[in-house]
Design a protein around this ligand. Structure first.
Ligand code: CA2
Length: 144
């Protein structure tokens, strides 16, 4: 398997940079994708970047990652707090998983304080804005 990192994004993150900049900032998801692809290429890694508003589509992508990826960076968005199915899919993925949240979920409503995905994630980054994705990629660059 070559050095491929899957970057998976959950529901509504397609609106990043277009709504609620006071919480999520001004960068779009396309900006984040370009930044990660550029950084990964400089380190000999390849990014597979994906966003979906559909739980099953994210699960299918995690299954695909099982024999295509060396790691997963995932911002499951609202599915973080609801999805046992995404947790189960990640539990069937054998390489490292880093969970990223743009906002500090622990400073927000109590329903955002619990994450099913954190039961599987090797690392969790929250509250660093979109830089959290870059920090997660750095973790994989260090491993490679
Ligand atoms: O802070 C994060 O990254 C979250 O995963 C974002 C989710 C939220 O449900 C989680 O609790 C924390 C929401 C993603 C929605 O993203 C938007 C971005 C811009 C405008 C509207 C929604």
């Amino acid at each position: 398997m070559s050095n491929v990192i899957y970057v998976l994004n959950g529901p509504n993150l397609n609106l990043l940079g277009k709504r609620q900049p006071e919480i999520y900032g001004y960068e779009t998801l396309a900006d984040v994708q370009l930044k990660l692809e550029t950084k990964a290429a400089q380190s000999g890694l390849t990014i597979e970047f994906f966003q979906s508003n559909h739980e099953g589509a994210i699960i299918d992508k995690i299954h695909e990652a099982r024999d295509k990826a060396n790691g997963i960076i995932i911002n499951p968005a609202a599915f973080t707090h609801t999805s046992v199915a995404i947790l189960d899919a990640l539990n069937a993925f054998e390489s490292p998983v880093v969970e990223v949240h743009i906002s500090n979920v622990h400073k927000r409503e109590s329903f955002r304080h619990h994450s099913y995905v954190s039961l599987r994630a090797d690392g969790v980054i929250a509250g660093l804005g979109t830089f959290g994705y870059v920090a997660a990629l750095d973790y994989f660059i260090n491993l490679s």
